[in-house]
Design a protein around this ligand. Structure first.
Ligand SMILES: Cc1cc2nc3c(=O)[nH]c(=O)nc-3n(C[C@H](O)[C@H](O)[C@H](O)COP(=O)(O)OP(=O)(O)OC[C@H]3O[C@@H](n4cnc5c(N)ncnc54)[C@H](O)[C@@H]3O)c2cc1C
Length: 473
């Protein structure tokens, strides 16, 4: 029999964003219906962040063994059992899954419904024979791999992030279409676990990042033996005994043969079948159109996370969830700001960014300062033999921190201090003045910050003050 539910909040999609809204709303004793058509946990847990980081962790272990000799440890030829690596990846997913499970959310008194949700009008969502009329709806349906229309691609068994973590045998030769963060993370992981890997990128790899720092990642990939082909336009894919990917190279057409093909060529927002027109929710190719409160063109409906067309990261989905909770439950007029959202490519070395890149800062500010400090000048980096990379801090002339790029070991952890600084509009003095524990990699940030003051250390004024104090002080 048809059922009518009238919760306060109805969340569509139980991924990073949807789960955060549901958990927070339930904590405030608000009635919540959560609808999920696939796996609880969404992309991040099942097909994204978690399996990719688990695979990279295994790859890093293999690499550490290969690089053990300089530490005085003789072991250097790891045997990779890919089926066991795959089992490790799935054990990691399983370890985290209870946090996102139907059982946990039911325990929080969230009504979890399995099925595909679709708006039937501006106030109603249908899932199977259940109708939901909520005070507020939150669309958190995420994104899916965007598959370019390459002739022949549909006729071959290509992989995406939704299938690549199912492989239990190491690909002989993995061809990756797409040289963005996902493509390169997967490329390095598979290479270090024993595959031959070729990456085909139509433009420049890691194009959204600082090119000087991205070059260090690309150099390491080349050292690992990953062939990254920039400006390689894929013309067609042919099947045969092996897969053949034909690209337009500088000398005309060139065919690259491989055993597996991974498409990592961007994402598209999951809006199909949602009945957004019926709900009066406007959307564009990049996603649902939202204002800075994450409200759509239907004031009852919010959209968050990947489907909202902004930066596509789990932490952004969580951030959006927090905004929606404050807006929808407390009526607070909080608005999204993106100037302090960090992002990290988890290759080795890691590449982390928060705020403006140098190029973006030069476009917006007439005069900037760029401060650098290399990992090889850091004692901990030397001890760990992690000396590749550097930090680059971009400030306004008055010392306000505009952006930070870090390429090197643990860059993703190191960038958090700078995220705090930028979010709170701190000046460079704040970082230069803190005492950092020794020996830690975080000291590279402080050393870069001190660099801001170096020119003034040699100023005639300062010299005069020093000699005055020396004589009369
Ligand atoms: C390989 C890979 C690696 C990544 N690594 C990172 C990383 O290291 N760090 C990071 O921050 N981000 C990473 N991301 C991005 C991150 O996974 C996403 O930004 C995040 O999952 C988005 O969360 P979301 O809540 O918007 O959507 P999702 O987590 O995708 O959840 C959306 C959910 O909605 C469901 N759904 C869709 N339509 C309907 C419907 N009509 N009815 C009911 N349910 C529906 C889907 O089944 C899905 O479960 C990675 C992504 C990929 C692909």
């Amino acid at each position: 029999m048809a059922e009518l539910l009238t919760p306060d909040i109805c969340v569509i999609g139980a991924g990073s964003g949807g789960l955060s809204v549901a958990a927070a709303a339930a904590a405030f004793d608000v009635s919540v219906v959560l609808i999920e058509k696939g796996r609880m946990g969404g992309d991040c847990l099942n097909y994204g962040c978690v399996p990719s980081k688990a695979l990279l962790a295994a790859a890093r272990r293999a690499d550490a063994i290969r690089k053990s000799v300089p530490f005085g440890i003789a072991l250097q030829f790891p045997t990779v059992d890919f089926a066991k690596v795959n089992a490790h990846v799935h054990r990691v997913i399983a370890a985290i899954a209870p946090n996102d499970s139907r059982e946990r959310f039911t325990g929080l008194r969230v009504r979890v419904i399995e099925g595909a949700a679709r708006f039937t009008d501006r106030h109603t969502v249908a899932v199977g024979d259940i109708q939901v009329k909520a005070r507020r709806f939150v669309v958190a349906t995420g994104s899916a791999p965007s598959v370019p229309s390459i002739p022949g691609l549909a006729d071959v068994p290509y992989l995406t992030n939704e299938t690549v973590f199912e492989l239990t045998r190491c690909p002989e030769h993995l061809i990756v279409i797409g040289g963005g963060p996902i493509g390169l993370e997967m490329a390095q992981a598979h290479r270090r676990l024993g595959a031959e890997v070729t990456v085909l990128e139509a433009a420049a790899p890691l194009a959204k990042d600082d090119p000087e720092c991205a070059a260090i990642v690309l150099d390491q990939l080349a050292r690992d033996g990953v062939a990254v082909r920039a400006h390689a336009k894929v013309l067609r894919v042919e099947s045969g005994e092996k897969l053949r990917v034909v690209v337009a190279g500088t000398n005309g057409e060139e065919a690259i043969e491989g055993s597996h093909l991974l498409v990592a060529a961007g994402r598209r927002a999951n809006v199909d079948g949602l009945g957004l027109d019926a709900a009066g929710v406007r959307f564009e190719p990049r996603g649902i159109v939202v204002d800075r409160r994450m409200k759509t063109s239907n004031r009852r409906v919010y959209a968050i996370g990947d489907v909202a067309g902004g930066p596509q990261f789990t932490h952004v989905s969580n951030y959006h969830a927090g905004l929606v909770i404050r807006n929808a439950l407390f009526g607070l007029p909080v608005r999204a700001r993106y100037d302090a959202i960090p992002w990290v490519t988890f290759t080795d070395p890691e590449l982390a960014q928060v705020g403006l890149t140098e190029a973006a800062a030069r476009q917006r500010h007439r005069r900037i300062r760029v401060l650098r400090w290399p990992y090889h000048e850091n004692d901990r980096a030397q001890a760990e033999r992690e000396t590749r990379g550097h930090i680059k801090v971009v400030t306004a002339r008055n010392g306000r921190i505009l952006g930070v790029t870090i390429v090197g070991a643990h860059a993703g952890e190191l960038v958090t201090t700078w995220t705090l600084a930028i979010a709170n509009k701190l000046g460079i003095k704040a970082i230069a003045g803190i005492v950092m524990p020794y020996p830690t990699l975080s000291e590279i940030g402080k050393r870069a910050a001190i660099g801001y003051f170096t020119p003034s250390l040699t100023s005639p004024w300062l010299r005069r003050i020093i000699s005055f104090v020396r004589r009369f002080g």
